[in-house]
Design a protein around this ligand. Structure first.
Ligand SMILES: Nc1nc2[nH]cc(C(=O)O)c2c(=O)[nH]1
Ligand code: SF4
Ligand SMILES: [Mg+2]
Length: 205
């Protein structure tokens, strides 16, 4: 049984695959409650509960909410999707321990650890463990930080060092697309990438 918030086709609005057409599956439920969360509807209200997922696409994005809460139940779907040649991207907050079988069936991981601007507590050592697993398995992954205030940069730097990831894998994502000019310059100066949420310019899902 899979609790689903919504399924839609759109263009990836965030990160290195920005602009690429994809089928989005938004899972219901999240273990965090970020103050600025832009998908609160994915954990308040009622989910659609599906027996199984019967969708195919060249590029499938599992998002939420927090899709990694459903790693075991997704086994069937991922096996099917891979046998049909789909590329799979998972967008996760990184705080749920990733299982081997799940990592093996996913092509790309977007890990989005929260800074203090989100006002949530979580185990940052779990995120580090997950990043280490992705490194060992030589998975394609990137780290996406939702940023707001100037001080956020120091937190980003500390986490990047703690995780031991290259700057080229780091994407700064201005929350609500605010102060893009400011974060653009920071990204260029510090050697990071910038993710502007494209779908918010066109009011699309
Ligand atoms: N177009 C579009 N791209 C997205 N990339 C990540 C999304 C998300 O909410 O997880 C998202 C979303 O909601 N819409
Ligand atoms: S981790 Fe993502 S979905 Fe969950 S509360 Fe935070 S922003 Fe919202
Ligand atoms: Mg989102």
């Amino acid at each position: 049984m899979l609790p689903i918030s919504e399924i839609f086709v759109s263009l990836q609005g965030e990160g290195p695959f920005s602009g690429r057409r994809a089928l989005f599956i938004r899972f219901f439920g999240c273990n965090l409650r970020c103050s600025w969360c832009d998908t609160k509807y994915s954990y308040y209200g009622k989910p659609k509960v599906l027996e199984d997922l019967d969708v195919v696409d060249e590029f499938i994005i599992l998002t939420g909410g927090e899709p990694t809460l459903y790693q075991d139940i997704l086994r069937n779907f991922l096996t099917k999707a891979k046998s049909k040649g789909s590329e799979i991207l998972v967008e996760t907050n990184g705080t749920v321990l990733l299982k081997d079988h799940f990592v093996d069936y996913v092509d790309y991981f977007s890990i989005s650890p929260k800074l203090s601007n989100a006002g949530v507590k979580y185990r940052v050592d779990v995120v580090k463990k997950n990043v280490e697993k992705l490194k060992i398995k030589e998975k394609f992954y990137y780290i996406k930080f939702p940023v707001m205030w100037e001080d956020d940069l120091n937190e980003v730097k500390k986490m990047v060092e703690y995780f031991g990831v290259e700057k080229s894998k780091v994407w700064l994502q201005p929350i609500n697309n605010e102060r893009i000019d400011y974060w653009w310059d920071i990204a260029v100066r510090e050697g990071y990438n910038l993710s502007i949420q494209l779908h918010k310019f066109v009011s699309k899902p």
